[in-house]
Design a protein. Structure first.
Length: 229
């Protein structure tokens, strides 16, 4: 409820015709929400509860950085700032979790890394920043599949607050770009808002969906070779 109220307040200047103020407020709010979303995860690492997959988080750091630079190159600052905060947050998780995290590399990690390299090469060859943003969204979605499978069967194992904050941040970044209907302005924040909101909604389901077994969830993980954290 709090993020929704803040978003509505930040959006009010748009209704009054003051687009510049609304844009700045929404950019600031998206940055705040994106940064706040990583706090519970970092505390969990520090307490020894969570052991992050370092390669996975490092890949996400590169992805968000690629999206940030691509959006910045076209002057789409709401998306660029939001992705930039994501880069700082994911890099921080890699640094904080360095001692406690898992350092193994799976097939999915290699696939994602290969797609990132291909996306960077296509961006440089075509001089089309939109290509980099689309690749970032696509690779991120592939990496999100294990989480979706797990939260579908075991909603109690995910913290919905973290995912809600990320989704709210993405929504703010998308609203801040109101009127700029381009891929570099909207694709990444809209993708993040929709994908993380989906996880948040699934995490709030209770009881879990009947008929989904641990074996089925494990099969999804085994198929794409991404062990659970």
């Amino acid at each position: 409820m709090i993020p929704a109220s803040l978003i509505m307040l930040a959006f009010l200047p748009y209704l009054a015709g003051d687009h510049h103020t609304a844009r700045l407020l929404l950019m600031a709010l998206s940055s705040l929400l994106a940064a706040a979303s990583s706090v519970p995860y970092l505390r969990s690492i520090h307490a020894g509860i969570t052991q992050p997959r370092l390669v996975t988080w490092a890949t996400w750091s590169v992805l968000t950085g690629m999206a940030a630079f691509a959006s910045a190159s076209t002057g789409d600052w709401p998306a660029a700032v939001f992705a930039g905060i994501g880069t700082v947050a994911t890099t921080t998780i890699v640094v904080v979790g360095w001692r406690r995290g898992h350092r193994g590399v799976g097939k999915l990690d290699i696939t994602c890394a290969s797609m990132v390299i291909a996306g960077l090469a296509l961006w440089q060859a075509s001089d089309q920043p939109a290509v980099a943003v689309i690749v970032a969204c696509s690779v991120d979605l592939i990496g999100l599949v294990p989480t979706l499978a797990n939260v579908w069967a075991h909603p109690g194992e995910e913290n919905p607050s973290t995912w809600t904050l990320i989704a709210a941040g993405g929504l703010c970044a998308a609203l801040a770009a109101w009127g700029d209907w381009t891929i570099t302005a909207l694709a990444y924040p809209v993708y993040v808002a929709v994908s993380t909101a989906t996880v948040a909604v699934l995490a709030r389901r209770w009881p879990p969906r009947a008929g989904v077994s641990d074996r089925e969830v494990a099969h999804v993980h085994d198929t794409i070779s991404w062990p659970a954290n």
